[in-house]
Write a protein that binds this ligand. Structure first.
Ligand code: FAD
Ligand code: NAI
Length: 466
């Protein structure tokens, strides 16, 4: 069968690209090899099946349990004994995932995107690319979009197997491990560590780097580490080298070393959350691939092969679902002859811990090292009535504005609903707003958004409520 566009991979990059291509009148097929337990196509990639969505479902369940256990009595709400059922939480997670994956199948039908199950590779180039799909299927396509995503990075000192699992394994525990060790204090380590800590695990995170969350603004990472370390159920150790990890029927023995010397510890499970690697091999030999395994692309996601594009986790840039989707839309529009693009300087990042952490734009450290003069404003959630009423008055919003023009250069949040609050900053930055613009906009009272308002006022030294 001949197509205008063949998309390889049905994650948030690929499926969005396929739908947008079809909306623009291009005959489109999307191929993905992922299957569910019943052997049916499981569309949605890492994000929907074993990433963003299942992790947020379990974060929500575990947060509700922790609130019921620790906070409801302060509202005057009392229960008998509070318990939970991991099986029911996992079943709820599965229902949410299933409804999303079948939702994509519905959207493909509605938009007339053909969906094919199997592993794809480009076999021949020419005016039409010939793509072989496992199971003996064959496609011809004028344009190819590679959206094959990424996989967990493995480390030789802790080979997966038995009680040593990756993020997918840690999303599927059927009971709460008493002692859980996680390698990597990155986004996955902190989010999945939060899930099992809230449900009762003693969590130890072993991080190789001496700094905590080095990609975040320094003040935010410092506050996050302080707040996390206040909780006795988890220990976050920095500057740790993993020497070995050995899984047996009963436990995992982990040998590590830090500045204080060597440690030998035993855990019920070990999760390796040490980053992800791009799925770039085996697609086509002639593809340009960089030293870290990413498919090389230009600003418009064009590879070295004519009419072949690559998007999402398999190319440079943050490994985020919304970045993959934006690249998918951009590529579909470029293929159809439109001008398209998005501002890569304002991709928001969120870490769904409690409190949440979110940011957009430059950190203070980045501005300093680039020699850009700025003014900083900061406002705490403790001084906000809504946050107090919610019992979530931790953290702050920090805003960085250009010293001369006042244009907002970065916004960094640690606090309740940071994932939602950051959108105001993204919109403001997309319209090149100044901190004065936010300061002069009315914000509802009482709402968490007032903290953003006050942080903007504080850039000019005129916050009201502190
Ligand atoms: P993927 O989603 O990885 O999809 C690629 C698809 O291609 C896969 O289904 C794969 O089976 C298929 N494929 C690969 N090779 C072939 C081939 N040769 N032939 C056919 N099919 C192939 N990001 C966020 O923005 N927010 C979050 O909250 C978030 N949470 C996460 C939580 C976890 C636990 C994990 C692991 C990741 C999380 N991410 C999150 C990251 C997010 O999942 C990825 O950035 C996103 O899925 C990347 O999308 P993609 O389309 O590039 O690739
Ligand atoms: P990450 O890059 O965020 O963190 C990995 C951590 O492991 C780093 O701090 C690294 O220093 C550490 N590490 C690496 N090797 C190690 C070793 N041998 N010993 C000890 N520590 C080691 O990667 P993570 O957490 O695996 O997540 C992968 C990707 O998935 C991220 O890039 C992220 O963008 C995405 N993701 C996004 C989420 C979100 O947006 N909320 C949630 C989960 C994942």
């Amino acid at each position: 069968m001949r197509y205008d566009v063949a998309v390889i991979g049905a994650g948030p990059g690929g499926y969005v690209c396929a739908i947008r291509s079809a909306q623009l009148g291009l005959k489109t097929v999307c191929v993905d090899e992922r299957m569910d337990e019943a052997g049916k196509a499981a569309l949605g990639g890492t994000c929907l099946n074993v990433g963003c969505i299942p992790s947020k479902a379990l974060l929500e369940s575990s947060e509700n349990y922790e609130k019921a256990r620790e906070e409801f009595s302060s509202h005057g709400i009392t229960f008998g004994e509070i318990g939970f059922d991991v099986g029911a939480m996992q079943a709820r997670k599965k229902r949410i995932v299933d409804s999303h994956t079948s939702g994509i199948a519905f959207l493909f039908k509605k938009n007339k995107v053909d969906s094919m199950l199997g592993r794809a590779r480009i076999e021949a180039t020419g005016e039409f690319y010939r793509i072989l799909v496992s199971g003996g299927q064959q496609i011809e396509a004028k344009h190819v979009v590679i959206a094959t995503g990424s996989s967990p990075r493995q480390i030789s000192a802790a080979p997966l197997g038995g009680r040593i699992v990756d993020s997918t394994g840690a999303l599927s525990f059927q009971s709460v491990p008493d002692r859980l060790c996680i390698i990597g204090a990155g986004v996955i380590g902190l989010e999945l560590g939060s899930v099992w800590r809230r449900l009762g695990s003693d969590v130890t995170i072993l991080e190789a780097m001496p700094d905590f969350l080095p990609m975040a603004d320094g003040k935010i990472s410092k506050e996050a580490l302080r707040l996390f370390r206040k909780n006795k159920d988890w220990s976050i150790r920095l500057g740790v080298e993993i020497i070995s990890a050995e899984s047996s029927a009963e436990s995992v023995k982990v040998v590590s070393r830090d500045a204080k010397g060597e440690s030998r510890e035993e855990y019920d499970h070990l999760v390796v959350a040490a980053g992800r690697v791009p799925n770039s091999s085996g697609i086509f030999e002639g593809l340009g691939i960089d030293s870290r395994g990413f498919i090389e692309v230009d600003e418009c996601c064009r590879t070295n092969l004519p009419r072949v594009y690559a998007i999402g986790d398999v190319v440079r840039g943050p490994m985020l679902a919304h970045k993959a989707s934006e690249e998918g839309v951009m590529v579909a529009e470029i293929i159809s002859g439109m001008k398209s693009g998005f501002d890569r300087d304002i991709v928001p990042s969120v870490i769904y811990t409690f409190p949440e952490i979110a940011w957009v734009g430059k950190t203070e450290e980045e501005l300093k090292s680039a020699g850009i003069e700025y003014r900083a404003g900061q406002f705490p959630f403790t001084a906000n009535g809504r946050a107090q009423a919610m019992g979530a008055a931790q953290g702050f919003v920090k805003m960085l504005g250009d010293a001369k023009t006042d244009r907002i250069l970065g916004v960094h949040i640690i606090g309740p609903h940071a994932s939602e609050l950051v959108s105001e900053a993204v919109v403001a930055m997309a319209f090149s707003a100044s901190s004065e613009d936010i300061a002069s906009i009315i914000h509802a009272h009482p709402s968490l958004s007032e903290v953003m308002h006050e942080a903007a006022l504080s850039v000019d030294g005129r916050a009201m409520h502190i």
